[in-house]
Design a protein around this ligand. Structure first.
Ligand SMILES: [Zn+2]
Length: 411
């Protein structure tokens, strides 16, 4: 059935339509719980060329298209129109832009805005799809368009501190390279693989001026990344990420514990049984009971106790306020660790020594990928939440949609 003229006026207002666009008819399909709004171009009005905006004659009308609009009282609402094709003397025959949707979009701008808000608020694609009554592919399409709008509008002039990191993808079978703006806490780009070529590719998404302004990059000791940083942003200080360094030290402490535990067990001594977490946790996070147990263990002059002390001592390295001070601290620490003869710890110390030039830079540029680690859990939840990750392009869109801090909404 067709509704009265007031309803047509109402929809015209709602859509922000003005002459020569008009609402021709509103069809209410009660059985299908659907409202169809037919839009038309007033006969005789000039068309506008989508390329140059000049007024030209209407050549004909394109085939009818539909756009999903915001529901009306739980009635699915759809716009229908045949868009005029302008006959531009310069650009030829071109389909006009419509004011309610972006070129090629299957949804109205209002619907896209609302869908983006629901996606961001729910943080879950499947939940948003349920709320919006759209399919997974439609949601992906809305996110893709939002991200490409955002990337176009993104102003990156202020990039000073960057983070380069890897993330596992497809259940850890492969990796992606992630470039982060540490000051804004946002992901700038994601590229497949963690090779030097991949790292070069993320740098290539920045302009020459942007690259020239980068002051420092936080990164693990992964050689391909280091080489790409030296090539792409040679003026930038490389700052090895302190979280990766503590992970190496923790791993070494654990190796010392495992070896010593094995030796003790061979002599029937179960001192280290069930103590793994005590040596790895931050002492502040231990319960009172664990804390007592840990104090007792530390007094036993165990190898793992000395390894743990070496790790703890190293945390002071990050408090150095000058690069010279950091070097002096490292020399003392390295000497002490070398005398300890704890092989796993000595090996990490030697690795740190090789990379010392890129560790002392922390005193001048106290940056780390801690920000990235925060984004990491967000990325992780995206990864585990939904299907479609066999496709890298979808994965990238999701990361940029949820972690890119982009201007996602259509204008
Ligand atoms: Zn034109």
């Amino acid at each position: 059935m067709s509704m009265d003229h007031e309803v047509e006026k109402h929809y015209a207002q709602l859509l922000g339509l003005g002459s020569p666009w008009e609402v021709k008819a509103v069809d209410l399909k009660v059985k299908e719980k659907r409202v169809e709004i037919e839009l038309g171009w007033q006969w005789g009005a000039w068309a506008q060329c989508p390329e140059c905006g000049c007024e030209c004659s209407v050549y004909d009308c394109a085939a009818e298209r539909t756009w999903r609009h915001l529901d009306t009282m739980q009635f699915e609402t759809v716009l229908r129109a045949r868009t005029p094709r302008a006959n531009c003397p310069e650009h030829g025959i071109k389909t006009m832009r419509v004011p309610w949707a972006e070129p090629g979009g299957r949804f109205t701008l209002l619907f896209e805005r609302f869908a983006i808000a629901v996606l961001l608020a729910s943080g879950s694609i499947s939940q948003a799809c349920g709320l919006l009554g759209i399919g997974w592919e439609a949601a992906q399409e809305i996110m893709r368009r939002a991200v490409s709008r955002g990337l176009e509008a993104r102003e990156l002039e202020e990039l000073r501190y960057m983070g380069m990191d890897e993330k596992s993808f497809q259940r850890g079978q492969s990796y992606v390279t992630v470039l982060t703006d540490l000051e804004e806490g946002r992901v700038l780009e994601v590229v497949e693989e963690r090779t030097q070529a991949a790292a070069n590719e993320v740098w290539d998404t920045l302009t020459a001026e942007q690259k020239g302004a980068v002051e420092a990059v936080a990164v693990d000791m992964w050689e391909p990344f280091l080489r790409s940083i030296e090539e792409a942003v040679p003026q930038a200080a490389i700052v090895h990420d302190r979280y990766h360094v503590s992970a190496y030290l923790n791993k070494a402490v654990d190796q010392v514990r495992r070896q010593e535990h094995k030796e003790l067990l061979a002599q029937g001594d179960g001192t280290l049984t069930g103590t793994r977490q005590l040596w790895l946790y931050n002492p502040e996070n231990l319960t009172a009971e664990q804390s007592d147990e840990f104090d007792r263990l530390k007094d036993l002059n165990l190898k793992v106790g000395r390894a743990w002390a070496a790790k703890e001592m190293f945390s002071q390295f990050w408090d150095s306020v000058t690069e010279g001070g950091a070097r002096r601290f490292f020399t003392r620490w390295f000497g002490w660790v070398s005398r300890s003869q704890l092989k796993p710890i000595v090996e990490v110390a030697q690795m740190l020594k090789r990379h010392l030039d890129h560790l002392v830079t922390y005193a001048s540029h106290p940056i780390s990928n801690g920000v990235t680690e925060g984004l990491n859990s967000k990325i992780q939840s995206l990864k585990s939440a939904a299907r479609g990750f066999r496709n890298f392009a979808n994965y990238r869109i999701r990361i940029l949609f949820f972690c890119g801090k982009l201007a996602l909404y259509p204008q």
